[in-house]
Design a protein around this ligand. Structure first.
Ligand code: MG
Length: 367
């Protein structure tokens, strides 16, 4: 099937091995009912994964409209059509809190693109003071964890709230209580630390060094060591060099058969082949924090990335809680609800706080 996306973008000819598992077409649960739309979206999902065309653009929106009418109004109507199956968490707020009656809400928040805007320099993905205040407030009422692809230390630097739990490296580095991370007693720290891929640390460092070396000649390529995974950002690389980035990363991976490649928003991610992802991290956190009673806890996970789909899927399969996808464009997703951008995420968090404050003053709340 031809597609203008494939024609208008340099196709990134990733060699057959390894195939990023995350670009495999998934079941649709929150997408347009149009069959044509779905099949074309699937193609775009693949293109997204490899080319990272995740930011809103006329090209990105085109698959949902016919070829002779692809203006902004069509983008709006395509988004509206998608909202019919993946409703706004703001407009559906009453339904969400209706499901939470008699239950404790547990919040899981991705960082990049959810609490902070996506920026060109990943080291500068700062969250606003207003967003930090919103997260701090919401954590007064609900157990709250950050689940990010970044290293735990890095995401803690950005968020800087000790009252939260942090799961870094796509959930491969979990600290159950931030307060304990500063404990002088090593046993305290270790009791709260969960690192299912710890044996991979030396290999990740080696892969990081190799990837830095391999991509040195590519202008704009940025290799980030996220402790249990390595992220190769190509947001600032000229499009004509995207193929080279993929090829170089793939070549490096040939020496590391126990590492696999996945994709995110203009980023190629190298991580251990263990069966662990953000979904597993959420299950682990729910159990460890004794929040795994479906009858009394309603987990809500908010995220914008393909890697967040694993967490959405876990909540859907548990038949407990809701995934909320942050996206400005229609996407296939396992999430139940959507929000357009980080400012809507803030609005949603603020609404949760207002709702809880009205129901019960903060000092009476059970954490
Ligand atoms: Mg994200």
């Amino acid at each position: 099937m031809s597609d203008h996306v494939a024609k208008s973008q340099p196709v990134l000819a990733l060699p057959s091995n390894p195939i990023p598992s995350s670009v495999t077409p998934k079941s649709l649960s929150c997408s347009s009912p149009s069959v044509t739309y779905i099949s074309r979206r699937t193609l775009v999902e693949v293109a997204d994964g490899l080319l990272g065309v995740m930011t809103p653009s006329p090209t990105h929106m085109k698959p949902s409209v016919n070829s002779d009418s692809d203006g902004p109004s069509d983008e709006v109507s395509a988004y509206k059509a998608w909202l019919a199956t993946c409703p706004s968490a703001l407009s559906s707020f009453n339904q969400i809190i209706g499901s939470a009656q008699g239950k404790k809400i547990a919040l899981f928040l991705d960082y990049d693109g959810t609490l902070s805007p996506i920026v060109n320099d990943p080291d500068k993905a700062f969250m606003s003071p207003e967003m930090r205040a919103a997260v701090k407030n919401v954590a007064k009422f609900f157990p709250t964890a950050i689940v990010s692809g970044r290293s735990r230390d890095k995401v803690f630097e950005f968020v800087n709230l000790k009252e939260l739990c942090y799961a870094g490296s796509h959930g491969m580095d979990i600290m159950l209580s931030c307060a304990d991370s500063e404990s002088k007693i090593e046993d305290d720290k270790e009791a709260k630390l969960f690192q299912p891929a710890s044996e991979f640390l030396p290999m990740i460092i080696e892969a990081y060094n190799s990837l830095v070396e391999a991509t040195r000649s590519i202008r704009g390529a940025n290799v980030e060591n996220n402790k249990f995974c390595v992220s190769v950002h190509y947001r600032n690389v000229d499009k004509q060099d995207w193929n080279s980035v993929a090829q170089l990363v793939n070549d490096v991976l040939k020496s590391f058969p126990r590492l696999k490649l996945t994709t995110g928003r203009k980023v190629l991610e190298v991580r251990p082949v263990i069966d662990w992802d953000k979904g597993k991290a959420v299950e682990f956190l729910l159990q460890s924090l004794r929040l795994d009673d479906i009858g009394s806890v309603l987990p809500i996970y908010i995220g914008d990335d393909r890697t967040d789909e694993d967490a959405f899927k876990v909540l859907r399969q548990r038949n407990s809680g809701y995934g909320i996808l942050v996206s400005q464009v229609p996407k296939e997703t396992e999430a139940f609800y959507s929000l357009r951008n980080p400012s809507q995420v803030k609005e949603f968090l603020d609404s949760l706080v207002r709702w809880k404050e009205q129901a019960q003053p903060v000092h009476d709340q059970e954490r």
